[in-house]
Design a protein around this ligand. Structure first.
Ligand SMILES: NC(=O)c1ccc[n+]([C@@H]2O[C@H](COP(=O)([O-])OP(=O)(O)OC[C@H]3O[C@@H](n4cnc5c(N)ncnc54)[C@H](OP(=O)(O)O)[C@@H]3O)[C@@H](O)[C@H]2O)c1
Length: 274
């Protein structure tokens, strides 16, 4: 059942993620355009969003803060400090939701005050088509009512899980960066098809549907990925021959190191932002 929300949702930063969330909420009809406000430094961006969605816009971040019950910070990491300074001392009674990668709730509370209701969120790019995986970490003081409103906002663009703040950097490395790993796999399979003699268009069509079909099979079946893989891999067959190269080249190790390095970078960025 779709959960309707009546609180006013504000966005500081009206870029790709804000647009995905605004359009997701309106498409799922959980709120109306009048209950959404957004600010940005680019007036043309705001005008475009207003024309497309009918939301309220302002070039003043403070006006958006004042109008909102739930304020979503959707700027790039390098802009967050300026925004926090700008809104400090004026956030009492508001819920501050940050989707900014590598910025902890602690950093936000250091500027806005220790009692601020903060939610740290890590969505991913499939939000653009309503298929995001979003992790939410609520600070202890956020009320049940506000938790359910924030969940509804992110459920409008995909699936949501609640996690501990301490897991966020690892989650950033896993599902935040995850779409890029899948895109890279797609890229390499298409390239291999081409290098070995197929037309680019044909290789692309084969791989895109293979990834889509495999992802759906994985999602819709109760069988774990390992079992599904084993079902495709008959002894002495073609898949086994291909997989043996993945094993020789330590595919598991490459993936583990990939995620570890991304998580380390998320840790380093978090420290830079403290
Ligand atoms: N995209 C993703 O897949 C993804 C996934 C998870 C988390 N995130 C996080 O989501 C955040 C937003 O990402 P995005 O892709 O939506 O970025 P984006 O498209 O660059 O959007 C940010 C917007 O904020 C504007 N802005 C800059 N300074 C501002 C200020 N002082 N006041 C108000 N607006 C300001 C930017 O304008 P200018 O372009 O002129 O600077 C831009 O329009 C990032 O922190 C990112 O880490 C993104």
């Amino acid at each position: 059942m779709v959960k309707k929300i009546s609180k006013i949702i504000g966005f500081i930063g009206a870029g790709n993620m804000a647009e995905a969330l605004i359009k997701g909420m309106l498409q799922k009809k959980i709120t109306i355009p009048d209950n959404i406000h957004a600010s940005d430094v680019r007036p043309e961006r705001l005008t475009q969003l207003k024309e497309e969605t009918g939301i309220n816009i302002s070039s003043r971040n403070i006006s958006i803060l004042e109008a909102s019950d739930i304020l979503i910070l959707a700027v790039k990491p390098q802009q967050i400090k300026t925004i926090l300074d700008e809104i400090s001392n004026q956030t009492e009674g508001k819920v501050i939701v940050s989707i900014v990668a590598g910025v902890s709730s602690e950093v936000i509370k250091n500027v806005l005050g220790p009692d601020t209701d903060v939610v740290r969120v890590m969505p991913n790019t499939p939000a653009l088509i309503g298929e995001a995986m979003t992790a939410l970490a609520f600070s202890a003081n956020v009320s049940d009512k506000n938790r359910s409103v924030v969940r509804a906002v992110f459920e409008s663009v995909g699936r949501v899980v609640e996690v501990k703040e301490s897991q966020m950097n690892l989650i950033t490395a896993l599902s935040g960066s995850g779409p890029a790993y899948v895109f890279r796999l797609a890229e390499e399979l298409i390239r291999a098809g081409e290098k070995l003699g197929l037309a680019a268009d044909l290789a692309k069509e084969l791989i895109l549907q293979t990834i889509l079909g495999s992802a759906k099979l994985l999602a819709e079946s109760s069988v774990p990925p390992e079992e599904l893989r084993k079902k495709v891999t008959s002894p002495g067959g073609t898949t086994e021959a291909g997989m043996s190269v993945m094993d020789q080249k330590d595919f598991s190790g490459i993936i583990l190191e990939t995620v570890k390095n991304a998580a380390k970078r998320a840790d380093d960025l978090s420290k830079l932002n403290t």
